[in-house]
Write a protein that binds this ligand. Structure first.
Ligand SMILES: *Cc1c(COP(=O)(O)O)cnc(C)c1O
Length: 356
């Protein structure tokens, strides 16, 4: 038997979450965002469970090629476009839709020798100040692109900086509407938060990521608890050691946790080298032998300690869920000062992955 830590990927939860998105945005088409190796879930492992999607959005050319080689014939959107002009021949060959966010890209596209026009997502900076053209340039750019032989279908794209907040989309949406006045353009604006909470942003294509994987764009599970989305990734392990602490005994590196009274603890095979956050404080929720309990002491590279007080029957070999269906990844992330996105993406390569 090998080390008991595994990540389980629930493909039926992934399918369910796509259906939740479909119900939330019934009139829009869906770009399933699978960047960062499908948020750490493994693109090759999960993409076919999302085959009811209308398209896949990502930013690594290798991931796009993989989808084409696996037989995906539908739309593929490269959300940051090409990084160097020589990639345009690959965009052409694999029929990838490109975002255009900078002038150098526009010039490169204009100069490229393509077998057929490629579709373009013209990216406008609506206030995040990351990628995108200034809103005031939209009308001119739109016309210029329309007249370029290398450009096929065009869509207006922006990315919201703060769609989690109730009024976080007011200003950027106003900015986009003003910029697009007088142009008849399809739009793709909404990430997960906007897909769930701002239906007025749906337009022709939504771009959900995190909710497909069953975590909250706000970092608070309670914000999505009633939507019907289900966690896709579970990190599971076992108890591999037991210690009986006396009052005053300490746990782990630096002895950060000190027992105020006698206490039975369990040692779990799982640590920060697996992607569990080292910054998780004492008291981070964890599920042991069917019961919710808490971590104690600093997280080690390969192990962590848990309080067995509420888990009377737990012993060597008892099942542990570090995050998943019972313990939401948002709750672990929140304790560690981060978000579910980061924990999913940081699942370590050494962790064996099983799909259900
Ligand atoms: C990552 C990303 C998304 C998806 O964001 P979520 O918050 O995971 O839904 C959508 N659009 C762009 C441009 C992105 O980079």
């Amino acid at each position: 038997m090998s080390r008991p830590l595994v990540a389980r990927i629930d493909l039926s939860a992934l399918r369910n979450n796509l259906a939740v998105v479909r119900r939330a945005a019934p009139h829009a088409r869906i770009w399933s965002v699978v960047k960062a190796n499908a948020y750490g879930h493994g693109l090759d492992r999960v993409w076919s469970a999302l085959n009811q999607t209308d398209g896949f959005a990502m930013l690594n050319i290798e991931e796009a090629i993989l989808l084409r080689e696996r037989g995906w014939k539908g739309p593929v959107l490269m959300m940051e476009g090409f990084f160097h002009s020589d990639e345009l021949s690959i965009f052409d060959r694999y029929r990838l839709t490109t975002a255009l966010h900078s002038n150098w890209q526009l010039k490169a596209l204009e100069a490229a020798k393509l077998s057929a026009p490629i579709d373009v997502y013209l990216k406008i900076n609506s206030g995040m100040n990351r990628l995108g053209f200034a809103p005031g340039t939209l009308t001119t750019l739109w016309q210029k692109l329309q007249n370029m032989t290398n450009v096929g279908d065009m869509t207006l794209m922006t990315h919201f900086a703060d769609a989690e907040s109730p009024d976080g989309i007011t200003a950027p949406l106003h900015c986009i509407n003003q910029a697009a006045e007088g142009i008849d353009c399809p739009r793709s604006l909404a990430n997960s938060a906007a897909t769930l909470w701002h239906p007025e942003t749906h337009y022709q294509w939504v771009r959900p990521g995190i909710i497909l994987y069953g975590a909250s764009p706000s970092g608070q599970w309670q914000d999505v608890a009633t939507t019907g989305i289900q966690p896709v990734m579970s990190l599971e392990s076992e108890i591999i050691g037991i210690q009986q602490l006396q009052s005053g005994s300490r746990v782990g590196y630096g002895g950060r946790f000190s027992a105020a009274e006698p206490l039975r603890i369990g040692i779990v095979a799982g640590g920060y080298a697996d992607g569990y956050p080292r910054l998780a404080p004492d008291g981070t929720p964890i599920w042991v032998d069917g019961v919710r309990t808490r971590t104690l002491g600093k997280i080690s590279m390969d192990m962590l300690a848990v309080d067995l007080t509420p888990c009377e029957h737990a012993g060597i070999g008892s099942r542990v869920e570090l995050w998943g269906k019972q313990i939401k990844i948002d709750d672990v992330a929140g304790q560690a000062g981060t978000v579910g996105y980061e924990l999913m993406c940081a699942l370590a390569p050494r962790v064996p992955v099983m799909t259900d």
